[in-house]
Design a binder for this molecule. Structure first.
Ligand SMILES: C[S@@+](CC[C@H](N)C(=O)[O-])C[C@H]1O[C@@H](n2cnc3c(N)ncnc32)[C@H](O)[C@@H]1O
Length: 314
């Protein structure tokens, strides 16, 4: 498969491949285009066979381990806030390994978990099976969802769709696939959250595409309101915070480096510059030390988010 990359990206100015170990062996290919400021990193499963390319930075690290530690509780909160119940058709966008889709399915609703990163579906399916939940897993880009207009009673996204670069396209798609009078429920990081602080640090090393809007904007209700416009009848949002801890800031940063896909992706972006890689590691440790609100021997970090629920206009 790695050998086929040049033919898949025929307009590229330069293609390099290095290998990454995440359980199975992966090749990380960097494809740069003459007119773009940003290289696109792409990960290719390389098991010696003819594996298909895998899709995004979220396939790096160990997303399920990250989700179980950092944000598994979001799912039941979103399910309750959207009043998901038996008989409703529900779509979860940017579903990851199912923190929302699985509890939604356990209510008796008919659920589709959709995500651009299909590599994480195996962990989601295993989690669903262990909990006795039945649901479907479908590949889908939040900016162009593979579903017909007005299909779902409820559309959810727990810090998922917010990572797509074109916010207006995401909002348009969420509205399009929701039935009139249906519900859209989202959990979004605020600019003060630990995750947005990490993303801001990563951007110094792995700059986003120039036209990509930052994730933190979804934490601003005015931004959300302007994206949805008069296509929603009601919009409520509440701000929340929770904390997560570790023995030390370094241990916490190390956990993120091992599990949270955008961090390995940023290290990959600077892999040919050892000085930059060392600086990135140092910055992540410094960030963790600065944001530690715990006590000696018990580091603690704040995760601030908004939970928003909108109903679509009839
Ligand atoms: C922080 S994870 C959240 C996953 C899950 N909702 C949860 O709360 O654990 C972000 C998710 O958004 C997905 N994602 C990023 N960009 C996307 C896009 N354009 N369309 C669909 N999903 C996307 C990633 O693949 C990843 O699974």
């Amino acid at each position: 498969m790695v050998g086929r990359v040049p033919e898949l990206f025929s307009g590229a100015a330069q293609i390099t491949a290095t290998f990454w170990q995440t359980g199975s062996t992966m090749a990380v290919c960097n494809v740069s285009y003459p007119s773009s400021r940003r290289n696109s990193a792409m990960v290719i499963a390389y098991d010696g066979g003819d594996s298909a390319p895998i899709s995004s930075e979220w396939a790096l690290g160990d997303y399920h381990r990250f989700a179980k530690m950092a944000l598994w509780d979001f799912g039941p909160k979103l399910v309750a806030a959207c009043d998901i119940r038996p008989g409703l058709r529900v779509l979860d966008v940017g579903a990851g390994t199912g923190n929302t889709a699985i509890p939604a399915a356990l209510t008796g609703a008919e659920v589709i978990a959709s995500d651009i990163t299909t590599e994480n579906f195996a962990a989601g399916r295993a989690e669903a099976a262990a909990r006795g939940a039945r649901l479907d897993w479908v590949r889908g880009d939040a900016q162009r969802l593979p579903f017909s207009d007005h299909t779902f009673d409820v559309v959810t996204s727990s810090v998922g769709a917010i990572f797509a670069p074109r916010h207006q396209d995401v909002a348009d798609e969420l509205i399009r696939v929701t039935k009139p009078g249906g519900t859209i429920g989202m959990i979004c990081w605020t600019r003060r959250s630990w995750v947005c602080e990490i993303l801001a640090t990563l951007a110094h090393y792995d700059p986003p595409a120039p036209d990509a809007l930052p994730v933190r904007l979804w934490g601003d209700p005015e931004h959300v309101r302007s994206l949805f416009g008069d296509r929603i009848a009601t919009l409520s949002y509440t701000t929340h915070e929770y904390t997560r801890g570790a023995a030390t800031p370094v241990e916490f940063a190390d956990f993120f480096m091992a599990t949270f896909g955008p961090i390995p992706a940023a290290f990959d972006a600077v892999r040919d510059r050892p000085g930059r890689a060392a600086a990135l590691r140092r910055d992540l440790y410094d960030l963790a030390r600065r944001h530690d609100v715990g006590t000696a021997g018990a580091a603690e970090f704040r995760f601030e988010y908004i939970l928003l629920v909108a109903t679509t206009a009839v």
